[in-house]
Each structure stands twice: as C-alpha cells, then as structure tokens.
Design a binder for this molecule. Structure first.
Ligand code: PAF
Length: 287
C-alpha cells in the first residue's frame, strides 16, 4: 500500500492506471475508520483495479469548531486497517494541499441541490453540505476516479453528492453502499468512538425507533409516526433533533405514505453530547 500526501505524487502513481484504462475506485473518508468504511473499501476492491482511500478531516463541513477539534483522529490505526483490507493507495493531505487558495475559494454556491440541502441535516447544520460538496468536488478532481463509494448512513450527503456530480457532469459513478451496523443495531460511525458507556447503551434506541416507524408505516399517519419516533428517542434518554419521514428521492417530508414510491425514516439525536444520525427505508426499498 502506498501513502501519498501531495496531489502530484498521487497523480503520478495513478497515471499508469488511467493510461491503461484501469478502473479507479475511490473511498473518501475523514478517518477514524470502522467496519462501515472497510465495507466501502471491499466493494471498491471488487469493482476496480486500484482503490484509493482518502483520509482528510475537512474543516469546511464542520459548522461548530468544537466538533472539528474533537473529531476522532487515529491515522496510524487507519493505515493499518487499510493495509490489512488490501487498499492500494491512501491519500492523506494537509489542509493547504486541498485548499491552496484558502478554504473559501471554489465554493459551491452556484450549485442547485433542488431542496435536498434545505431539510434535515441541511436545516440543522448550516453550511455543512456546501463544505461537503466543496471537498468532494476537489477530491474527485484530484483522484479522477471511475467509481466513488459512499455509505447510506449519510443518505442525504449521498443524494447531494450524486446531484452535484450530475450537475457538473463529472465522469464518476457514485455507488451507494448499505449501512453497516453493530450487533445491537447502532449504525457504525466514527462518532460512536466518542460515546461514553451510558450514551453507548442508549444509542441503539435510534435504530429501534426507525424499525418501529417501518412497522407502523402501513397503519399510522406520517404525523403519528414522527411523533412516535421522537417520543421513542426521548424515552430512551436521547435528545432528538428530528425524526422525519421523507421521499427517498427528493427528501421532502411526506404526509401520507401513498405520496411517494419510496419513503425513508430519518433520525438525528444527541447521546451524551454526541450527535448521531441514522435512516431506514420504510416503504419501497430494502429494510
Ligand atoms: O462522509 C464523510 O466522511 C465526509 O463527509 C466526506 C464524504 C469524506 C467528505 O469530507
């Protein structure tokens, strides 16, 4: 496995793959890797001849500086995991390598996310998706992948990145990958490492609330399901931020399940000061 810190070094390594028209797979991450990330790497290894994984904690997508400072960082351990997984190349740049002209340059204001960015995470984390789009665009420009693998835990992010790729006509296929869960159902996330024991014990209630929503979907109104979901999170000792039922394509809230072919339930809640998100199909999609 090769480790690159600069754009020219990574690009020189990738040139022969590109010249021979080999498939380049890309897994963008912010490090603190877990089984969820490794499943993305595995899927990339299956479908490409060269898998590049980036580890870059992107400052422009954090709307709170304390969150950025406390974001878990274990580069040595991450490299070990990627090596064991069989990843061919790791890109671990400094901030100045990604943003040589400063973090505000090349912002994504001209993009129209069609309302995908105005609900849920977009409404609760102002500027977050602009930062995600900015860094993902830059990383795609640097790596030039044929396939890019992203997890469905950040489902809204996945749809926004797909929309950006479509609008800018970037020659990459964005492959959405299923959420990987702990044995008790908690969606794997780098943030889980920051949960204390009490919060870790409460956190699986998010998945339970989503499952309950999926079961109730055919018999209850969307408003009732939102209320039940929010209450289930509070009853478990979590601080719910939202519990939403939304069209799986537009992410706009649904009022009745018949309104959309595919509906997903989405939740964001705080557990012991750590913000967690999760989602589950409730209509028309694999549960
Ligand atoms: O999902 C993440 O880890 C990040 O948002 C991403 C896509 C690597 C961009 O920084």
């Amino acid at each position: 496995m090769y480790l690159f810190k600069t754009v020219p070094d990574l690009q020189a390594y990738l040139r022969p793959y590109r010249e021979k028209r080999r498939v380049i797979g890309f897994v963008p991450t912010m490090g603190a890797l877990h089984e969820g990330h490794l499943s993305l790497v595995e899927q990339s290894l299956e479908r490409s001849q060269c898998t590049v994984c980036s580890i870059f904690v992107n400052p422009t997508q954090f709307n709170e500086s304390s969150d950025l400072e406390q974001y878990p960082r274990h580069p040595e351990h991450d490299l070990q995991l990627l090596y064991e997984a069989g990843c061919q190349a790791v890109f671990m740049p400094e901030v100045a390598e990604i943003y040589p002209d400063g973090t505000s340059a090349g912002s994504m204001e001209q993009l129209d996310f069609g309302g995908l960015d105005r609900v849920m995470e977009g409404a609760h984390r102002p500027g977050h998706f602009e930062g995600v789009a900015q860094v993902v665009k830059r990383l795609i420009d640097i790596v030039g992948p044929d396939l890019m693998f992203m997890g469905e835990k950040d489902y809204q992010q996945l749809l926004i990145v797909r929309r950006m790729v479509q609008q800018l006509e970037l020659p990459v296929e964005v492959v959405g990958c299923a959420i990987v869960r702990e044995a008790d159902g908690l969606a794997m996330s780098s943030r889980n490492q920051r949960l204390n024991a009490a919060a870790r014990a409460q956190a699986p209630a998010i998945y339970q609330a989503l499952l309950q929503a999926a079961e109730a979907a055919s018999e209850h109104s969307a408003a009732d399901i939102r209320q039940m979901g929010t209450k289930a999170l509070s009853d478990a000792g979590l601080e719910p931020e939202y519990f939403e039922l939304a069209d799986a394509d537009t992410l706009q809230p649904v009022h009745a399940l018949q309104e959309a072919e595919q509906v997903r339930a989405f939740a964001a809640a705080w557990a012991g000061g750590i913000r967690l998100i999760d989602n589950l199909p409730v209509k028309g999609g694999p549960a």
